[in-house]
Design a protein around this ligand. Structure first.
Ligand code: MV4
Length: 503
């Protein structure tokens, strides 16, 4: 096994990786910025090194410094987590040049999947369904694209090759809009990625975002761990994820899972990875992109499969065979993750900064919290606003929802505003309870209720829960569970009292 691993990240994911290392008996090294002197990941590591000032550019993105530290302290591997350096081909190459194992895929796989046009072309050649659109990887002129647009049909999407996360993406509804929107998409892609190449895809309407977790070792073994439904997003930021998807059945799961394995094999993928798909109302599915890293939402898959994905990543990087075969993978129950962000849902999800003065974590049966914060820690605007992930498991989806409500009630964070009220509202939304949501749900059909009304009458309509669960083929047990909980589970009064005590 590795003797010492350097974790090139911060926050909850750095803590998550340090925990896996500790359990595997591997020594740990943390790196941190000036803003993170008191961060949890710095307390949990065996050795710690300062990278530089708070801005990521001067700290967590300093590939040269991180490699220098790894060499100095004798780390034999680097885990990049997600974000920062995780999907930079140049960083994976620099690790290899320094004779340090990069816990991730080969640079060639990062490059192939990093360019979305190349990814689309590569997986399509391997027989993976892609959305109808432009073919090939050659960059096309505006005239060529405008020509092809009539064959694809409207509405269509202009997507940036170097993109991801919706940057440089434009929806085009008519032929007449093409020239102007091509210009603006290219301009945005050029300024964001230094690459103005774009391609076209027909719009898949009313689609769900379903992604498959895969594991691939250095010996050609590739397996999938089922799906996560990540349709609940706002401005391309995921807010709630669940496994399995309420939309899937075993047949579709095995079909998409097999396709995801093919996509991974098409780039000789090694590591944990995620293949994103759009799945339409008629259960047609299309490859969207592949993320060549550990993802924020990996815990929901861990909870329903019982597999430690981070430990598997480390074993894979060390050259071990996968610990599991496809037939060993059994999904048990349902998991839901709520991303707890320091954002005010009553004020346009405006980021909220400040010192955490008090915090009480939900615990108890079926509850997991992955977080990098604690009382006394200061939330700044230098990094992502996500401060914790609350993950619950239930024998059924209904039980998982009830448990999430209970855990959200218990959670107390004072010092910054959080989106916990958003999650509470969502856990009481009939559309969520019925599993009837797509990628436009949060932005187009959802609004926060007036907080004053909420304090007055936040009583879930249990009869409606019952009806939706039964209508969506949840088993009898989950329906009974909901019925037994027929009472006001609102925490608004409790929360008000608790917060006044700690002002
Ligand atoms: C799409 C699409 C519909 N049709 N492609 C958004 C970010 C990037 N990863 C791809 N995205 C989309 N591509 C076709 N052909 C809808 C989206 C999309 C989306 C996808 C997943 C999750 C949330 C989304 C929100 C808006 C749009």
């Amino acid at each position: 096994m590795f003797k010492k691993i350097l974790v090139a990240n911060r926050g909850e994911i750095a803590v998550r990786i340090l925990r896996a290392c500790r359990e595997l008996g591997i020594e740990t090294v943390a790196v941190y910025s000036e803003a993170d002197r008191n961060a949890l990941h710095v307390r949990y590591a065996d050795e710690v090194y300062l990278l530089g000032p708070a801005p990521s550019r001067e700290s967590y993105l300093r590939a040269d410094k991180i490699i220098e530290i790894a060499l100095k302290c004798g780390a034999d591997a680097i885990h990049p987590g997600y974000g920062f350096l995780a999907e930079r081909k140049s960083f994976a190459e620099a690790c290899a040049d320094a004779n340090i194992t990069f816990i991730g895929p080969k640079p060639s796989a990062i490059a192939a999947m990093g360019d979305k046009m190349t990814a689309r072309n590569t997986v399509a050649a391997a027989g993976v369904p892609v959305v109808p659109g432009t073919e090939g990887t050659g960059s096309m002129s505006n005239d060529e694209l405008i020509n092809i647009s009539t064959k694809i049909g409207f509405p269509l999407l202009i997507k940036a090759s170097a993109g991801g996360g919706g940057k440089g993406m434009r929806e085009v509804n008519t032929f007449e809009e093409m020239p102007a929107l091509l210009e603006s998409a290219r301009r945005e892609a050029e300024s964001s990625f230094g690459d103005g190449s774009v391609y076209l895809e027909k719009v898949v309407e009313g689609a769900r975002h379903i992604e498959i977790q895969i594991l691939a070792d250095q010996h050609g073994n590739v397996i999938h761990l089922g799906e996560r439904d990540c349709s609940l997003q706002r401005r391309h930021q995921k807010l709630i994820e669940e496994a399995p998807s309420p939309f899937m059945d075993e047949e579709l799961r095995q079909k998409i899972g097999g396709v995801a394995v093919k996509a991974a094999k098409s780039v000789d993928y090694i590591n944990a990875g995620t293949i994103e798909f759009l799945v339409d109302k008629d259960r047609n599915f299309f490859f969207l992109e592949m993320n060549t890293r550990l993802q924020v939402e990996h815990p929901v898959t861990e909870v329903v499969t019982g597999i430690d994905i981070v430990a598997e990543q480390i074993r894979i990087a060390r050259g071990r065979q996968l610990s599991y075969k496809q037939e060993d993978i059994v999904l048990r129950g349902n998991a839901i993750e709520c991303r707890i962000n320091a954002e005010d849902p009553y004020n346009g999800f405006l980021p909220s900064t400040g010192r955490i003065t008090h915090s009480l974590l939900p615990t108890g049966p079926g509850v997991r919290v992955d977080t990098g914060i604690y009382p006394g820690f200061e939330i700044t605007s230098f990094y992502d606003p996500m401060i914790a992930k609350l993950i619950v498991w239930g024998e059924t989806r209904g039980q998982a929802i009830l448990r999430m409500r209970r855990a959200l009630e218990e959670y107390r964070i004072v010092g910054v505003r959080t989106n916990i009220p958003f999650h509470q509202t969502m856990m009481n939304s009939h559309r969520f309870m019925g599993g009837q949501y797509d990628t436009r749900f949060v932005e187009d059909r959802f609004s926060m209720p007036d907080p004053e009304d909420e304090r007055e009458k936040h009583i879930p309509d249990i009869a409606a829960v019952f009806a939706t669960l039964v209508a969506h083929q949840e088993n009898q047990r989950s329906a009974e569970f909901v019925m037994r909980n027929e009472r006001d589970t609102s925490n608004w009064k409790w929360m008000g009292r608790w917060e006044r005590m700690h002002r």
